[in-house]
Design a protein around this ligand. Structure first.
Ligand SMILES: Nc1ncnc2c1ncn2[C@@H]1O[C@H](COP(=O)(O)OP(=O)(O)OP(=O)(O)O)[C@@H](O)[C@H]1O
Length: 319
């Protein structure tokens, strides 16, 4: 668990972070979202003491980090840097092994863990002897993640982990990251300025502006209960796509007709509208079966899906 209590940081006359407090539960992913310069990176770096706050306290698993040696603290926290930050003259294997070597792991243990991560992150085995410039941007990002995960820390800090990638690669790696078991076990704070990415990866989003928190909540709360005009406008440009991501089959369940298909594999009601549309688009069937609570199933086609979604939307507006 991570807890920030009223942390602030000033650089000269710039109040980079102003009285920021939040808690991140175990195994939760909190995404710091906001425009450039709003204080996201400074906030993140105060969690592993790369920057010392002027005021406030940070606790990790109940311990005040101020009472811990910064180097020891950092070896216990995974950190994915902005712009990847691999050592250019180290091979990939050497880049991944930096912290294990500091911790005096033996060679066999380092080798076994490195090979395990290479497989999990879908990097080619021969990349271990290569140098960072010989890999693609996407592969370098995976190495950056492998380096942060190598000691299996319970806390992971990620600063724009996919920032250097084109949109297509970014979207596919986001999906891959989301499915990675190692990440599901971790308490994560991640920085991004990309709204779609925040909605894809966050359990909760912390929206910031000018060093302050504007709103913290689930993606759904931010969309349907924005606290002020800033929060509303921040999401306005991509609203429909974001709604497709947060609204799930279980939300629109009451609006779906009770027509049932008897055969075919059932999809989970946890599926969001976006993924349901993708599945319908790529399926050779015009209807798919979704299973809800009490073993009830419903069939969806494009028309029913859109209708159900629109009815759900209307209800949110009128609430
Ligand atoms: N070392 C520093 N010295 C002086 N000013 C700094 C320093 N680091 C950050 N700042 C300033 O503090 C403010 C917050 O910066 P920060 O990097 O935390 O923002 P950010 O939201 O992460 O932005 P970005 O997405 O562009 O990285 C900015 O005005 C920035 O110029």
């Amino acid at each position: 668990m991570i807890e920030l209590k009223g942390i602030s940081k000033k650089f000269g006359d710039t109040q980079a972070v102003n009285q920021v407090s939040f808690k991140v539960d175990e195994k939760e992913t909190l995404v710091l979202l906001g425009t450039s310069g709003c204080g996201k990176t400074t906030t993140l770096k105060m969690i592993n003491r790369l920057i010392e706050p002027d005021a406030g306290e940070v606790f990790i698993n109940g311990k005040d980090i101020n009472n811990q040696d910064p180097d020891i603290l950092r070896t216990g926290i995974g950190y994915v840097m902005q712009n990847i930050g691999l050592f250019p003259h180290y091979t990939i294997a050497e880049n991944i092994a930096v912290v294990p070597k500091l911790l005096k792991w033996d060679k066999e243990k380092i080798k076994a863990r490195t090979q395990e991560l290479i497989k999990k992150l879908h990097l080619p085995e021969n990349s271990l002897s290569m140098f960072p410039h010989e890999l693609s941007g996407g592969q370098q990002q995976r190495v950056g993640l492998a380096r942060a995960l190598v000691t299996d820390p319970s806390v992971l800090l990620m600063d724009e982990p996919l920032g250097a990638l084109d949109n297509v690669t970014r979207t596919s790696i986001q999906k891959e990251f989301k499915g990675l078991e190692e990440l599901k076990r971790k308490t994560i704070v991640m920085v991004t300025h990309d709204v779609q990415e925040a909605f894809e990866l966050a359990d909760r989003i912390c929206l910031m502006d000018k060093g302050k928190i504007i709103q913290i909540g689930t993606p759904k709360e931010l969309l349907y209960q924005p606290i002020n005009d800033f929060a509303r406008k921040f999401l306005a440009g991509q609203r429909l796509a974001l709604e497709f991501k947060v609204v799930k089959m279980q939300d629109i369940w009451p609006y779906l007709p009770k027509v049932t298909l008897q055969d075919g594999k059932s999809l989970s009601a946890d599926l969001n509208v976006w993924d349901a549309m993708e599945l319908l688009r790529s399926s050779d069937r015009s209807e798919l079966l979704v299973s809800g609570a009490n073993k009830e199933s419903k069939a969806i086609n494009f028309e029913q899906l859109t209708k159900g979604f629109n009815q759900f939307q209307n209800e949110q507006v009128h609430e």
